[in-house]
Write a protein that binds this ligand. Structure first.
Ligand code: IPE
Ligand code: MG
Length: 224
């Protein structure tokens, strides 16, 4: 969800106004996902590197997370959204941790849309965490394979992403799902996140539908 800051700057607004607008857009995109029949949606809300931003912005982003849970949880639950969190919860304020855990608990039996919120998430951190857990569990070297690693990640049980959408035109991965994205399709649009609406979303899905996924092999049409 990139480009909130530039969206605000363009309008002479503070960066946090961009984050607020981005959050409102997220609400619309979640609803659109349910309508489009998307089963899994993962949103990158706060990275392990975002702590390096000015204190006011970090605090603002934390407050937004709290507000979103307070304001939207009931409606999301009604829509059948199951909330999950990926990343490290420990470093967040205990009150926020509690809210996140309560939201996960409330929605755990929903299955219309599995919404994973990456907050204090980093792909490298996730892999480090997985290795530490494997060692603590006494996993033997010979037992380590792709499938086992996947099970030790924060995303355990969630399929690898088919499509990753990056807004605001940046051409980089930024530590997002670096293991899981091995064969994901990318869609990059110059649109800033607060302006990435349902129509833009539809365009991204249509572009995805035209892709030929070969996973390093050959497409079916080439083989025949
Ligand atoms: C949102 O956009 C991403 C978050 C960390 C919430 P940015 O804040 O990175 O916006 P730009 O890149 O400054 O435009
Ligand atoms: Mg950015």
């Amino acid at each position: 969800m990139d480009g909130n800051g530039r969206w605000a700057l363009q309008r002479g607004l503070p960066r946090l106004a961009g984050h607020r607008a981005g959050t409102e857009n997220l609400r619309r995109i979640i609803t659109a996902s349910v309508e489009f029949g998307i089963k899994y949606l993962t949103i990158y809300a706060f990275s392990t590197e975002n702590w390096g931003r000015p204190r006011e912005e970090v605090e603002g982003l934390m407050r937004i997370l709290e507000d979103v849970i307070d304001r939207e949880l009931g409606e999301l639950h009604k829509e059948g959204v199951q909330l999950r969190h990926i990343g490290r919860l420990e470093r967040l304020d205990p009150a926020i941790q509690e809210k996140v855990l309560a939201a996960i608990d409330l929605t755990r039996n929903n299955n219309r849309l599995i919404l994973s919120v990456a907050f204090n998430y980093g792909g490298r951190d996730e892999i480090v965490c997985a290795i530490q857990k494997m060692i603590r569990d006494g996993v033997k070297a010979e037992e380590v394979n792709d499938e086992l690693v996947s099970r030790y990640l924060f995303t355990a049980g969630v399929p690898d992403p088919d499509l990753i959408i990056r807004t605001s035109g940046e051409l980089r991965v930024s530590n997002f799902l670096i293991w899981q994205a091995a064969y994901s399709e990318w869609y990059i649009t110059p649109t800033y996140w607060p302006d990435f609406d349902k129509e833009e979303y539809r365009k991204a899905l249509e572009a995805y539908a035209r892709r030929d996924r070969r996973y390093g092999g050959l497409s079916d049409s080439t083989k025949d």
